[in-house]
Ligand binder design. Structure first.
Ligand SMILES: NC(=O)c1ccc[n+]([C@@H]2O[C@H](COP(=O)([O-])OP(=O)(O)OC[C@H]3O[C@@H](n4cnc5c(N)ncnc54)[C@H](O)[C@@H]3O)[C@@H](O)[C@H]2O)c1
Length: 493
């Protein structure tokens, strides 16, 4: 059945046994009995069906989570932290099988996805350590009062996830809500639901029933979570249109919303930068391994005229290292797009870029290997002579397409960098510290690398400006955002 994924994968791929909805500490059938097939985007082969939750199922999951919350909020922070550390241990222990599931289900190569286990487990440990830092403070009001604040959990938090790192998002974004004493409902991405189910099998039973819940489904399931009056906060990792829909949907119940959305991120190279290092940064920042399907991808590269040709040549040489292949094969350096819809969207942008007058330097078509004929593979693609007005330069493609701009006037370049609706990441390359820091203050982005790209650092606030999102995660801000302050005044008169 799944032999084409990679010869030995049939033995190694451990599909989740449970395909239903995990809430209240056990597995449930969806009320209306609907299951939807999930297929490998690399081979077209079926990976079986998973439950498709609707609003009635969401009601059940929320009820179970409210029960879980009653127990969990009374659990000491140290005990919560201990369970999160145990969850981290299990994620590491099962790293290969979780990564294989994602490779098969979302098309990203196993050699990269295995790193997601370490990222997710480290996030759990980080928030486990912060569980005792959910502190209030005292407010001086003079001799007649003792006034203090208590920081309390919110209740039930829903996390709605995108498809590009399914189990890493499920794991890493569980840490803050649970450390702060909330119950959690994770909604898996419809394109790749399997690893979230396996995660529920592995770590769900660690927690009191109703504390850690996983539901699979599509937009209706997400909408029901957002509209539910007993969900206190929704965190989304997804696209800008979904973020806007969630903001609208959260109005009636006035819930908190955190949005980690898309990007059209700039890399800026100054004349003094080393062309080879810039090229390494540009290629790494573009995340070609998972076909550029990353919110933080530096998909717009602004090269100073004086180093433009040298960097472009080096980029073109380096992207040749990314050869589309079967994602479950450990040798594969670049996987497939997640779906036919995403493949078609990327191909439309490639055609559009050419018609807008950008110069296609390499790639631009699907993989040559006939063994990949059933999958959604596109070669790493680089456009040069891109100008700021082109749609290629302005819209998030979420595919392996890098746009290179040539600049000579710094003011004009910075205007072009900021003249997009997005503002997630930026990468600045220069040895001039003043220039680097001045540019960092001028670029409209939430997460900036100087002489680097791509990497996230545990404990540093990640999130976007403008339409790239609301709120900051991967840091203490994420933890505090899962809490609310209560003020208590004791009269001493
Ligand atoms: N900023 C970040 O950290 C980050 C990380 C990864 C991906 N992303 C972004 O995610 C996008 C790609 O992922 P995608 O295509 O899965 O995004 P998407 O917005 O289509 O879907 C994301 C999730 O939202 C759910 N959803 C869709 N419509 C909804 C609605 N109206 N109400 C509630 N839930 C709804 C989906 O079922 C899915 O689980 C890109 O734009 C990418 O930049 C952002």
């Amino acid at each position: 059945m799944i032999n084409r994924l990679q010869p030995s994968v049939t033995e190694r791929l451990r599909l989740p046994i449970n395909r239903g909805l995990y809430y209240g500490g056990s597995w449930h059938e969806p009320e209306d009995g609907v299951y939807v097939e999930t297929r490998s985007p690399a081979s077209g082969e079926s990976l079986g069906e998973t439950a498709w939750a609707d609003s009635v199922d969401v009601d059940h999951a929320v009820e179970a989570a409210r029960e879980g919350f009653r127990v969990w909020r009374e659990t000491t922070p140290v005990a919560r932290g201990a369970l999160l550390r145990e969850a981290a241990r299990l994620v590491r222990q099962h790293a290969e099988e979780l990564a294989l599931l994602d490779a098969a289900d979302c098309g990203n190569p196993i050699r990269e996805m295995i790193k997601d286990a370490e990222i997710g487990a480290t996030a759990l440990e980080y928030f486990a350590g912060l569980a005792t830092e959910v502190k209030g403070y005292t407010v001086p009001l003079g001799p007649d009062h003792l006034n203090f604040t208590i920081r309390e959990p919110l209740g039930v938090i829903a996390r709605i996830n995108a498809y590009n790192h399914p189990f890493m998002f499920a794991v890493s974004r569980a840490g803050a809500p649970l450390a702060a004493g909330n119950a959690l409902i994770i909604k898996s991405p419809e394109q790749a639901p399997l690893s979230s189910l396996r995660l529920a099998e592995l770590i769900g039973p660690l927690f009191p029933p109703g504390v850690f819940n996983v539901v699979s489904g599509g937009r209706t399931c997400g909408e029901a979570l957002v509209a539910h009056p007993h969900i206190a906060k929704v965190g989304l990792i997804g696209s800008v249109p979904t973020g806007k829909a969630i903001l609208r949907g959260a109005v009636d119940s006035m819930k908190k919303v955190t949005l980690e959305l898309g990007g059209k991120n700039a890399l800026i190279a100054y004349p003094d930068a080393d062309p080879d290092k810039v090229a390494v940064g540009a290629v790494r920042g573009m995340n070609f391994s998972w076909c550029g399907q990353s919110c933080g991808s530096t998909s717009r590269v602004f090269l100073h005229d004086s180093i433009h040709d040298a960097v472009l040549d080096a980029i073109v040489k380096q992207v040749k290292a990314f050869v589309p292949g079967i994602p479950t094969d450990p040798a594969t350096t670049m996987g497939s797009l997640v779906s036919e819809a995403q493949f078609n969207k990327v191909m439309r942008f490639i055609t559009l870029g050419q018609s807008e007058g950008a110069r296609l330097v390499t790639g631009g078509n699907s993989a040559d290997d006939p063994h990949l004929g059933n999958g959604y593979f596109i070669k790493p693609t680089v456009f040069a002579d891109v100008t700021p007005a082109m749609r290629l330069a302005r819209e998030e493609i979420f595919g392996p397409v890098l746009s290179v701009f040539k600049w000579s006037d710094e003011v004009e370049m910075l205007r072009a960098v900021n003249d997009v609706d997005y503002g997630l990441t930026a990468s600045i390359w220069t040895h001039d510290i003043n220039k680097a820091l001045r540019t960092a203050t001028q670029v409209e982005a939430g997460y900036i690398w100087i002489n680097g790209s791509g990497k996230h650092f545990v404990g540093t606030p990640f999130g976007g400006c403008k339409q790239s999102g609301l709120g900051r995660e991967e840091s203490i801000e994420e933890l505090l955002d899962c809490t609310q302050l209560k003020n208590v005044n004791i009269s001493l008169e």
